[in-house]
Write a protein that binds this ligand. Structure first.
Ligand SMILES: [Zn+2]
Length: 225
């Protein structure tokens, strides 16, 4: 018999044939591993009734490469709600090399906002995404117009896109990302039906078109006719 300062035996129940996970149908099982971020159907190991409203479920990630254990924490009030996971490792979003080359600041700021979002700070992460976008576009513009560095740095972002971005695909996506980004910084939203997801999609599209442009430029320069 193990001697523990606290007796958990009343509060912990292992999941097994006598006590299958199906018994806990009110607990919505996690569909993503908080450690590796892959979509999973977790192994369920034990249930810990921490208090009369908090239940913790110890899960295992079935992916061979990960295999981590983590807790899903539920609050059981009127209805059961999946509150959070722990441990929680923050995920960095990866960007193509040519993007980090023209604007490493964009990648850093974007990921700070991304971490804030993962922490549940959904009301302020949008401001960070908007700031990241400003660095991306201005650094791209500066890359192509090295004589105008100071002018570009001080210029409102919208104006910078109008003046320095010629490619219509980049311009169209970047402009819309700016509109939504501005919504994140202002008291009143103009685009009520759009949210952070849309802002991130538009930044993704801007990154995508910029990256194509940069790659094509590289080959044109390296392989002149
Ligand atoms: Zn995993």
């Amino acid at each position: 018999m193990l001697l523990l300062a606290v007796d958990y035996s009343e509060n912990i129940k292992f999941i097994n044939e006598e006590n299958p996970i199906e018994e806990y149908h009110r607990l919505e099982l996690p569909d993503t591993c908080p450690i590796c971020s892959f979509g999973i159907s977790p192994e369920c190991i034990l249930v810990h009734h921490k208090s009369h409203i908090i239940t913790e479920l110890l899960c295992g990630c079935p992916r061979h490469e990960c295999g981590s254990l983590f807790f899903a924490v539920y609050k059981d009030d009127f209805h059961t709600e999946l509150l959070r996971f722990y441990p929680y490792s923050k995920v960095n979003k990866k960007f193509p090399e040519e993007i980090s080359e023209i604007s490493s600041e964009f990648v850093t700021i974007y990921n700070q906002a991304h971490h804030a979002e993962q922490e549940g700070l959904d009301l302020i992460c949008g401001v960070g995404y908007r700031k990241a976008l400003e660095y991306l576009i201005k650094d791209f513009a500066i890359g192509n117009n090295s004589d105008d560095i100071e002018k570009i740095q001080k210029m409102p972002l919208q104006q910078c896109v109008q003046k320095y971005i010629d490619q219509s695909d980049i311009k169209d996506m970047a402009e819309r990302a700016i509109w939504l980004g501005n919504d994140e910084t202002h008291y009143v939203r103009k685009w009520g039906s759009k949210d952070i997801k849309d802002l991130k999609n538009l930044i993704d599209l801007t990154v995508y078109y910029l990256s194509m442009e940069l790659k094509a430029k590289k080959y044109r320069e390296e392989m002149t006719k």
